[in-house]
Design a protein around this ligand. Structure first.
Ligand SMILES: [Zn+2]
Length: 58
């Protein structure tokens, strides 16, 4: 199965490892599949981590 990739520079999706537009290496793009019960979980965890780092707990 081909996996979709994304150019971080042009922000375009492609199946190639090299962006056809700028020849930059593309990254694996996770399809935007959000968990229905916690769509912001990842974001929230990130924020929490930031908060802990701020407090010097990490
Ligand atoms: Zn590109």
């Amino acid at each position: 199965m081909k996996e979709i990739r994304k150019c971080p520079k042009c922000r375009i999706y492609t199946f190639r490892e090299i962006c056809p537009r700028c020849n930059n290496k593309t990254n694996r793009a996770i399809p935007p599949k959000f968990s229905p019960e916690d769509p912001w979980g990842k974001y929230r965890r990130k924020m929490k981590r930031k908060l802990l780092e701020k407090k010097g707990w990490l």
